[in-house]
Ligand binder design. Structure first.
Ligand code: ADP
Length: 212
C-alpha cells in the first residue's frame, strides 16, 4: 500500500495538533506542524523566526514563500507516510504541494476539523503548553501539576498568540484563505470532514472512521 499523505485543516484550536500527533503515533507516520516550527524559530531568534514574528503576533498568516520553504523542505526529506498540521493554509500553498507531489498527490487526504466558534474560543483561553516538550493541556491540568510539565518537568505557559483578539484574527484568516483550500480538496474528492467536538479520543475515532 502507498504511504499515507495527510494534511490537517481547521480553524485555530480545532485540535489539529492533538489529532495530528495521535494519528502519527497510531499509524506510524511522520508529523510536522508549521505553526509549532515557526514558534520554535522565534524562540531561537533565528533569521526566519525574526522575520515571521510580527505576523504571528498579529494573528496573520506568514507569507507563502516562507512557509513553503519550510514545509516542502520537510516533505522532501521525510521517508514513508506523513501528516502535516497547518499546511497548506492558502490556495497557492495547496497548488504548490500538488506540484511537488505529482502523481502521489492523488492519494493525499485532507481532514477538515470542524467545531462551533464558542467552543474554539473556550479552548484558546484554556490551552496551556510546555515551554520545552510537545505536551499540551488545559488550565486545570496545569494548575494541578503546579505549573510544571507532567512529562518533562519544564515550566508550563500559554502560547503568545492565544488571546481572544489574536484568535479572532486567525479565525478570519482561516475563513478567508483556508476555507478555499477545503473547497479545492473537496472538488478533487480528497476532503474528509471530521466533527472536532468531544474528548481527544472521541474525535480521534471520528478521524479513524473517516480515513478507513
Ligand atoms: P492555530 O491553528 O491555532 O492558529 P498553528 O500553530 O497551526 O495554530 O499556527 C500558528 C500561526 O503560525 C498561524 O496563525 C500563522 O501565523 C502561522 N502559520 C502556520 N502555518 C502556516 C501556513 N501554512 N501559512 C501561513 N502561516 C502559517
Amino acid at each position: 500500500m502507498d504511504a499515507p499523505a495527510i494534511v490537517l485543516l481547521g480553524p485555530p484550536a480545532s485540535g489539529k495538533g492533538t489529532q495530528g500527533r495521535l494519528l502519527a503515533r497510531e499509524e506510524d507516520l511522520s508529523y510536522f506542524s508549521t505553526g509549532k516550527q515557526l514558534r520554535r524559530e522565534m524562540k531561537a531568534a533565528s533569521p526566519l523566526g525574526k522575520e515571521v514574528e510580527p505576523y504571528l503576533a498579529a494573528g496573520q498568516y506568514v507569507p507563502d514563500e516562507l512557509v513553503l520553504a519550510l514545509a516542502i523542505g520537510w516533505i522532501r526529506k521525510v521517508k514513508g507516510g506523513w501528516v502535516l498540521d497547518g499546511f497548506p493554509r492558502t490556495l497557492p500553498q495547496a497548488e504548490e504541494l500538488d506540484r511537488v507531489l505529482g502523481v502521489d498527490g492523488a492519494r493525499l487526504r485532507a481532514l477538515l476539523l470542524e467545531g462551533p466558534v464558542a467552543e474554539l474560543e473556550r479552548r484558546v483561553t484554556d490551552r496551556r503548553e510546555c515551554t520545552a516538550c510537545p505536551w499540551t493541556g488545559t488550565r486545570v491540568q496545569a494548575e494541578l501539576s503546579g505549573g510544571v510539565c507532567p512529562t518533562c518537568g519544564a515550566t508550563l505557559g500559554q502560547r503568545h498568540d492565544d488571546d481572544l483578539e489574536n484568535f479572532r484574527q486567525r479565525l478570519k484568516a482561516f475563513e478567508e484563505l483556508t476555507l478555499p483550500v477545503a473547497s479545492y480538496y473537496e472538488q478533487s474528492g480528497r476532503l474528509l470532514r471530521v466533527w472536532g467536538v468531544g474528548s481527544p479520543e472521541e474525535v480521534f475515532q471520528n478521524v479513524q472512521s473517516e480515513l478507513a
